[in-house]
Design a protein around this ligand. Structure first.
Ligand code: NAD
Length: 298
């Protein structure tokens, strides 16, 4: 008999990077399920404005995912205001694109700190709380760049591949410990958010809306899905790519122009996003030179 979907009403979720984009759409979707939501963001003013719009079951809390103290206070404060955190969504992330050989070291470090170490920290701090309760669900937002290496976003792809490996390994450890805590990872194609602005287009694939990713997250929470492809059909492409000889799978990617999505980005259209992203790790910025805009990836 098929398992009954889980009831989410009354549960508390903490969402990193919840001020805008996919995080904000997810907060809305979870509130729609009757959950309470804490949105943490390095941009506290934007998070506060979003929480206000979301209504009384949402709270905004300052968060820098690269800082252990900040992450622990985020979860402490979420639990103080809303009750034990049942769900952590590690969504905060940045994507700074450009040719790998032109990328400066601080840009690489910032993406690794936020996209990967932020998720590592979040999982550790949440599991300290979830393991004694023997319940909880952690959802890590990876990307399709976490399965296919995306030219023009090498370090970004590396961080998103790492999130997939991290999620699988921690999930395995939790099973060995007989802990009843779920770990899922989500791999969206390009989404219409500021992070996704000015990107190229693959043939036959339309950009997603943040609400479509949010719906997939709700379904993953309800059904305990581990590997979440958005759109679902991209799972077939990944299975096919894995069984085809490399010459054919790379030919298929070229025919779909999937190798041009980040490489053909319009740097002018991404200008304000890239500047915001370069200021997303407060601890690193003090010591850094101003961020250079990515050079064209022709
Ligand atoms: P976005 O830029 O719209 O939102 C990301 C949020 O994260 C922002 O509010 C930002 O302030 C916050 N943030 C950045 N650094 C932070 C830090 N140090 N601490 C706390 N918060 C921080 O981006 P989005 O498109 O909504 O992306 C959300 C996630 O989805 C990211 O992990 C991204 O890699 C992933 N993703 C996005 C796309 C896409 O095309 N938009 C596709 C696949 C995966």
């Amino acid at each position: 008999m098929a398992k009954q979907p889980r009831i989410l009403a009354g549960q508390t979720a903490a969402i990193t990077g919840g001020a805008r984009g996919i995080g904000l759409a997810t907060a809305k979707a979870l509130l729609g399920q009757g959950m309470k939501v804490a949105i943490g963001d390095v941009d506290l003013a934007a998070a506060q404005a979003s929480a206000e719009e979301l209504g009384p079951s949402a709270v905004a809390i300052a968060l820098d995912v690269t800082d252990r103290g900040s992450f622990a206070s985020f979860l402490d404060e979420a639990e103080r205001q809303l009750g034990p955190v049942d769900v952590l969504i590690n969504n905060a992330g940045i994507m700074q694109i450009g040719r790998f050989i032109d990328e400066d070291d601080l840009t690489a470090k910032r993406q690794i700190d936020i996209n990967l170490h932020g998720v590592i920290l979040g999982m550790k701090i949440a599991l300290e709380r979830m393991i004694p309760r023997d319940r909880g669900h952690i959802i890590n937002i990876s990307s399709q760049a976490g399965k296919f290496g995306a030219p023009g976003g090498a370090t970004y792809s590396a961080t998103k591949h790492a999130v997939v490996g991290l999620s699988e390994a921690v999930r395995g450890e939790l099973r060995l410990m007989d802990a009843h805590i779920d770990v899922s990872y989500v791999m969206p194609y390009v989404v219409n958010t500021e992070l996704g602005s000015g990107l190229g287009q693959a043939r036959g694939l339309a950009n997603l809306e943040p609400a479509e990713v949010a719906d997939a997250i709700v379904q993953a929470l309800r059904h305990g899905t581990v590997e979440v492809w958005v759109p679902k059909s991209s799972r077939r492409t990944s299975v096919l790519a894995a069984v085809l000889p490399r010459r054919l799978s790379e030919g298929m990617a070229r025919a779909m122009k999937a190798d041009r999505v980040l490489a053909d980005a319009d740097s002018l259209a991404r200008r304000s996003y890239e500047l915001r992203a370069s200021r997303s790790e407060p601890g690193l910025e003090g010591a850094s030179e101003p961020q250079k805009l990515p050079s064209s990836v022709d």
